[in-house]
Design a protein around this ligand. Structure first.
Ligand code: URP
Ligand code: ZN
Ligand code: ZN
Ligand code: ZN
Length: 471
């Protein structure tokens, strides 16, 4: 399929220019003003629109077994919903059972992901330490995995201690792979959960009380210190507090390579959602880290605007009301997670660019380019230049829509953004050179997504040679 995107304003993280984009054979073939239209090309008129790299969501959990349930969007429905919102790639998480083989888990996830409608890569979680884990990490890097995830929370399930973290960070560094952390002190969370339940606090209100901002600040600070000890870069997922944002900024100001990710939902939703007496509503917002007092949002926006926080994600992890109900008598049993892959780009545009926090170029940086650079996908993804994958969103900056679970494409009966009016939307989405979303019609194709092998030694992490030698 040859697609000619005519007459838009092409925006990358570096700048903007008026022009056309020619896509052929799944790649961008040419970018320029007044390009010739090849015969037979499908024309997408981008007059008055912005032409930007398709979003990359670096943090999703499709059909993930978690807390006695399985997240309800599978790799097809979840990636299809992403396409409708302008997101053309995801990096999902392989989570091995404690003591189980990372390779077997990786292969299981690859099998599930074969139905994906958009390109996907995998981070793999390290959940314990042994010679086998070390060897499997090495083998996984040969299979295109360039980042490993560590949960400092979820005690008794996925949580790792500092010893595991140190081993893993050290080995990942020797491989040229990046380590990431879910930064919450799992011991503190477990302690507070027990105390709250003993006091009879069993409803969703207990969730944020068991995970106060300090719990995240402590873990982020500790992980950063451990990475510093090892001389390794670090990526902190879903930064939701001023404390964690400041810890990352301070480390960066001291010359350490630390990266921080922000979830769109933490930027615009605060902890008042847990005050509701409607269990389904409050439980629908149970995710970790939880929604925070409003004051934290300013620190997150400032972090993105200043470049101290680099990426945005959705942590897309859907659980329907019937699944959330398993925690009706005990908030610690509510499956943690919220949906958001479809609305991340819209929320970032409306509240970020529309709200005066971000320029259009910074929007591209935090929705795709920085993720591609940090996770070994650049310049195949995250930019608009000849040779890059034809993953493009034609963005109408003035059109508006109202978010609702009744109309979204995600396989969940709830939206944390219900009723939110957003100006700015994906008019057309082109993924791997195919027009998969246009004027509200979704043509996602089951199985069209490809597995993304990611490069090691991403230069931005400081593990590269700095000379473009990615060997
Ligand atoms: O609540 C969340 N975020 N669920 C998904 C797992 C995780 O911690 O990222
Ligand atoms: Zn997490
Ligand atoms: Zn997550
Ligand atoms: Zn190497």
């Amino acid at each position: 399929m040859t697609i000619f995107i005519r007459g838009g304003t092409i925006v990358t993280a570096e700048g903007r220019q008026r022009g056309d984009v020619l896509c052929a054979g799944g790649r961008i073939a040419a970018v320029g003003d007044g390009l010739e239209v090849p015969t037979g090309a499908a024309i997408v008129d981008a007059g008055g629109m912005l032409v930007m790299p398709g979003g990359i969501d670096p943090h999703t959990h499709m059909e993930m077994p978690f807390m006695g349930s399985v997240s309800s969007d599978d790799f097809f429905t979840g990636t299809a919903a992403g396409l409708a919102g302008g997101t053309t790639s995801i990096i999902d998480f392989v989570i091995p059972d404690a003591g189980g083989s990372m390779i077997e888990a990786f292969e299981a996830w690859r099998g599930r992901a074969e139905k994906a409608a958009a390109d996907y890569g995998f981070h793999v979680a390290v959940t314990d330490w042994s010679e086998r884990v070390r060897d499997e990490m090495t083998e996984l890097t040969r299979r295109g995995v360039s980042s490993f995830k560590h949960f400092m929370a979820y005690k008794g399930a996925l949580m790792v201690d500092d010893g595991v973290l140190l081993h893993s960070i050290g080995h990942a560094l020797s491989l040229g792979a990046l380590c990431s952390v879910h930064a919450e002190n799992g011991d503190a969370v477990a302690h507070l959960q027990k105390a709250l339940l003993a006091r009879g606090i069993t409803g969703p209100k207990g969730h944020p009380l068991s995970r106060p901002p300090e719990v995240e600040g402590e873990a982020a600070t500790r992980a950063i210190a451990l990475a510093r000890v090892m001389g390794a870069p670090l990526y902190v997922v879903h930064v939701s507090t001023r404390q964690a944002a400041e810890a990352i900024a301070a480390a960066r100001m001291s010359g350490q390579r630390v990266f921080g990710e922000v979830l769109a939902q933490h930027l615009v939703i605060d902890d008042s959602v847990y005050d509701s007496d409607d269990f389904a509503y409050a439980a629908g917002h149970v995710m970790s880290p939880p929604f925070r007092p409003k004051a934290h949002q300013a620190a997150l926006w400032a972090g993105l605007a200043s470049g101290q926080l680099q990426t945005t994600a959705s942590d897309h992890c859907c659980f329907c009301a019937s699944q959330k109900a398993q925690g009706a008598e005990d908030f610690t049993r509510i499956p943690n997670g919220t949906a958001g892959i479809e609305d991340r780009m819209g929320v970032l545009w409306h509240h970020g660019v529309g709200g005066g926090h971000l320029t259009a170029e910074e929007f591209v940086a935090v929705t795709s380019a920085n993720t591609a650079r940090i996770f070994g996908l650049y310049p195949r993804k995250g930019t608009i230049q000849p040779g890059a994958d034809a993953d493009i969103v034609v963005w109408d900056p003035y059109a508006s829509r109202t978010v609702s679970a009744r109309t979204h494409h995600q396989n969940i009966d709830f939206s944390v953004y219900e009723g939110m009016e957003l100006t700015g939307l994906a008019r057309s989405t082109i993924a791997a050179g195919r027009l998969v979303w246009h004027d509200g019609t979704l043509r996602a194709e089951r199985g069209a997504g490809r597995y993304l092998k990611r490069s090691l030694h991403a230069p931005i992490t400081g593990m590269g040679t700095g000379l473009g030698d990615n060997a």
